[in-house]
Design a protein. Sequence first.
Length: 393
Amino acid sequence: MIETDKIILAELIALLLKDGELPSYKEAQLKNLLQRYPEAKDSLSRRLSQTDIYPPFDLRNIDLSREWLVTQTKFTAKGTLLHPRKKYLFLNKAWSLAIAVAATVLLALTLLWQRQHREKSVSYLIPDKVYGHKNDVLPGRTGAILKIEGKEEIQLTEKKAVQYLAQGIELKEGRLIYPSNLTENLKNTLIVPKRSTMVLTFSDGTKVWVNAASEISYKTNFDKKERRVRLKGEAYFEVAKDAHRPFIVETNHINIQAIGTAFNVSSYHATTKVSLTEGKLKVSNEENEIYMDAGSETEIINKKLKTFPLTSKAEATAFKDGYFYFKNKNMQQILDELSRWYGIQVDCKIPLNNERYEGSIKRDVTLGELCNLLKDLTGYKLTIDNDKLIVNR
């Protein structure tokens, strides 16, 4: 007889295919079941990737007919489908019907999810009548996913001027605002996917601009002795003064401590850069600890923190102010920014040189217009094909 948890696994996958995501408790249940059934985990893991809505698995490219044949083969080999040569493998009619219905529903949901996601994913691809590309790509916009401890996830969009969320939290004109009179102190996680950005105001008055492909975790009312957040990606902080509760930003590589100040943290890759525009900071890692003054920036070099003069305040505040700022950046760094903001794949047909460039442009332009600028700036040939940017000579 087929195990009950396999039925549950099928139901969870069906929900995932339908909605593109699962509530936290169901996601944990799915992960546990996938650990129990490695063959299902392997099949799904091959398609795991980051998308605009951050589903755990990217199933857009599944060949349904092939996958169904593979599933039949695996299940038959394990004795979970009807097998004419072995009587003890026969299923009763109720189980056969249940499996048939589940398979039909799963297939239908797969087709529905693929169609809906395809429509959604191409909504930012538009015709190009100016620059000669196969199509153009619209810029990103305000949006995020809010996870509140013990509650279902909330999609944050600009559809309404004001949205009232749990605990008195508001989404007002694209800004997530926490009230100062919160009674609960739950852990929140704000996930800002590619093609998105979000501004939030904490209960203490601190403002944070969170860039695309970033994630920030925090307690809604902080703790009595400190205000601690954890960041992956990039964010700009304007910290409200509170002499009794230092503001601490954790990344994978360093800790940053402030009382009242303004600074940018970029922590996308194997290192972290801190750019301080106002006030003072204490920055530390496993190797050393340094103090920063306004107008300086800190990076990790050979595992040690090194401080340099801030070359430009405009660079530190660029994404917050709605600009790309390419001062002293190489082509790979520029392409990484484009990938995050336009949600595109980058296909480099040639090795990139390490030449540094300088230029700026607003982030509200289409990708075609930006490519036209970069062509003149860098000498590379940039071609847009659906959601792919091809780089050539």
